[in-house]
Write a protein that binds this ligand. Structure first.
Ligand SMILES: NC(=[NH2+])NCCC[C@H](N)C(=O)O
Length: 482
C-alpha cells in the first residue's frame, strides 16, 4: 500500500505540543463565487480576491506548515515550486504535481480517494443531492464523474464546465470547525449554520471511509440529537438543539477539555459531549465557557488561544483586565461604550457532584497552565491590541487571538494586527513575516527545530475577511505530548 493509504496515528493532548499532522483545506474556487447578496448567509462579511488569497497569503501558510511537518516536500525547492511556469500546481490537490503530503492533508484529496469506491460514491452523492435538493438528472451526472473532478465539484458546487449546481462551502478552509481530536478520539461536529452542513457530511464520510482512519472507526464520536427531538413543538426545539463546532472545543491537556457555549455551540450539545466523554473515560475534566452569542465571538477560539504552557493570547474586554480597566475609569467606558460582557465559566469533574466556578477567563487559563500543564512559571497574558482602546476589539475581529501553535511558543498569526504584534514583542517574542522566514529556512539561517518564542506573521488582507485565523484553518490530527 502507498503511505497515503495506511492508517495513521491520531492523537492530540494539547494545544501546543509539536504539531505532526494536520488537516487543512486550500481556498477552492467556491470562495471566488461568493456574491454580496449571499455573503452574510454564507458567513462572510465581504467579497474576497481569490487569487491574492491563494498566491499572496494561503500558499505561505502551506509552505510554512510543510517546513515544520514535512520538510522534504519544500526544503530547497521553494523557488521552483513558485516559478510562474509551474502555475501553482504544487498547491492543487487534483494535479499530478500536488505536494501530496500525509502530514499536511487536504480533505479534497481524501474525498477523491473515497469516491473511488462505488458504494461510497453513490451514498455520498445521494446524501448531498438530498441536502442540496438536486434533481435526479444531476445525481446521474455526478455519478458519471471521475473521483478527482467529483471531489472538486462536491466542495466548490461547480461542474468542470463551470456551471454551478449548488452553493459553495467557502468556510471549508476553516477545518478546525469540522471535527476535533480529543486524545485518541475524534468528535465530529454538528454545525449550527446551514451554510456549513455539507462540510459536516463530507467530513463524516471521510472519517468513516478513508483508509488513513481505519484504526479510528471505533473512536469516532457523533453527537446524538435529543430523544424524540422531531416531536418537539417549534418553541421548545431551541433549548434542545444539538449544535457544536470545533472552534468551540479545545484540548488543553490530556485530562481536560474546554467547550464554549456560543452562537454556534448549544448548551445541550456541551451536555451531550460531557456525558459521552465521561462515559468513555476520554477525559476527566470538562470546562464550559459561556460567551456572548455575537457574530464577533462566534467560537471561543476567536477570544483566546494558547501560545506556550505559561502564555496565552486573549481579548481583554471579556476578561479580568477588561473589568479592571472599567473600574478604574468609569467615564472612559461611558464615553466609548466599552462594556464587559461577563463570561460564565463552570468546570465539571468526573464523579464529582459539585462543579467548580471560575470568575474570570484569566483564572481558568492560569489554573490550566499551573495545574494541568505544570508550567512552574507565572502565567503571562498577551492582550489583543495590547488592550488599548479601540485596538483590542478591532484586532480581535481580524483574529489577533486566533493563533496556531506549530510547536510550544512558535505560533502563526496575521500580519495586520499591529498592536497585538507589539504586545508579543514586549513579552519577549521574536516576530518574523512568512516570506522572511521562508528565506531564512531556505538559506539555512533558521530551522524549525531550533526556533522558539516566535510569532510568524501571515499576510492577511483577504484571509481575514473570511473571519477566521490560523487556528480556525487547522484541524490537528497529531501533536507530540508536552
Ligand atoms: N474556529 C473558528 N473561529 N472558525 C471561524 C469560522 C469563520 C466562518 N466564516 C464562519 O463564520 O463560520
Amino acid at each position: 500500500m502507498p503511505p497515503y493509504k495506511q492508517p495513521i496515528p491520531v492523537h492530540v493532548t494539547s494545544e501546543i505540543g509539536t504539531l505532526k499532522r494536520v488537516i487543512i483545506h486550500s481556498p477552492d474556487s467556491g470562495l471566488g463565487k461568493v456574491v454580496p447578496s449571499k455573503a452574510q448567509d454564507w458567513l462572510f462579511e465581504d467579497i474576497v480576491h481569490l487569487d491574492t488569497m491563494r498566491k499572496g497569503e494561503y500558499d505561505y501558510y502551506i509552505k510554512i506548515l510543510l517546513y515544520f511537518l514535512d520538510p522534504e516536500k519544500v526544503k530547497g525547492k521553494i523557488k521552483e515550486i513558485d516559478a510562474a511556469a509551474n502555475q501553482r500546481n504544487f498547491y492543487k490537490p487534483e494535479h499530478p504535481d500536488y505536494f501530496n503530503s500525509d502530514k499536511v492533508i487536504d480533505p479534497q484529496y481524501l474525498l477523491a480517494d473515497i469516491l473511488e469506491v462505488t458504494d461510497v460514491k453513490m451514498r455520498l452523492i445521494a446524501s448531498i443531492c438530498a441536502v442540496e435538493r438536486c434533481s435526479y438528472t444531476t445525481q446521474g451526472q455526478l455519478m458519471e464523474m471521475e473521483p478527482k473532478e467529483l471531489s472538486k465539484t462536491l466542495i466548490s458546487g461547480t461542474l468542470p464546465d463551470k456551471s454551478m449546481i449548488f452553493a459553495p462551502i467557502p468556510n471549508f478552509i476553516f477545518t478546525r470547525d469540522i471535527g476535533i481530536v480529543i486524545n485518541d478520539h475524534v468528535l465530529l461536529n454538528k454545525p449550527a449554520k446551514i451554510a456549513r452542513t455539507r462540510e459536516a457530511l463530507l467530513t463524516q464520510y471521510i472519517f468513516y471511509n478513508h483508509p488513513l482512519f481505519a484504526d479510528l472507526r471505533e473512536k469516532i464520536i457523533e453527537l446524538p440529537e435529543s430523544e424524540h427531538h422531531f416531536l418537539l413543538p417549534d418553541g421548545e426545539k431551541d433549548n434542545k438543539l444539538v449544535t457544536l463546532e470545533g472552534g468551540d472545543v479545545m484540548m488543553v491537556s490530556a485530562n481536560h477539555l474546554l467547550i464554549g457555549c456560543s452562537e454556534r455551540t448549544s448548551p445541550y450539545a456541551a451536555n451531550q459531549v460531557i456525558k459521552v466523554l465521561f462515559e468513555k473515560n476520554v477525559v476527566e475534566k470538562v470546562t464550559v465557557i459561556w460567551i456572548p452569542k455575537k457574530r464577533d465571538y462566534m467560537h471561543i477560539d476567536t477570544i483566546f488561544t494558547q501560545v506556550k504552557k505559561d502564555v496565552w493570547v486573549l481579548l481583554g474586554t471579556l476578561s479580568k483586565k477588561g473589568e479592571e480597566l472599567e473600574k478604574r475609569d468609569v467615564m472612559e467606558s461611558l464615553m466609548d461604550g466599552k462594556v464587559t460582557d461577563k463570561l460564565k465559566i463552570v468546570q465539571f469533574i468526573k464523579d464529582k457532584d459539585k462543579p467548580v466556578h471560575f470568575e474570570y477567563l484569566e483564572d481558568l487559563l492560569d489554573d490550566i497552565s499551573k495545574h494541568d500543564l505544570q508550567s512552574g512559571k507565572k502565567t503571562r497574558f498577551i492582550y489583543s491590541g495590547n488592550n488599548e482602546f479601540p485596538f483590542g476589539v478591532r484586532e480581535q475581529w481580524t483574529d489577533s487571538c486566533n493563533l496556531l501553535a506549530v510547536k510550544e511558543g512558535v505560533v502563526i498569526g496575521y500580519d495586520r494586527n499591529d498592536k497585538t504584534v507589539e504586545a508579543f514583542r514586549n513579552t519577549g517574542f521574536d516576530v518574523i513575516c512568512a516570506a522572511d522566514l521562508l528565506h531564512a529556512f531556505e538559506s539555512g539561517h533558521l530551522s524549525p527545530q531550533t526556533m522558539e518564542n516566535t510569532l510568524i506573521l501571515l499576510p492577511s488582507a483577504e484571509l481575514s475577511r473570511a473571519r477566521g485565523g490560523s487556528h480556525c484553518m487547522s484541524m490537528p490530527l497529531f501533536r507530540e505530548k508536552i
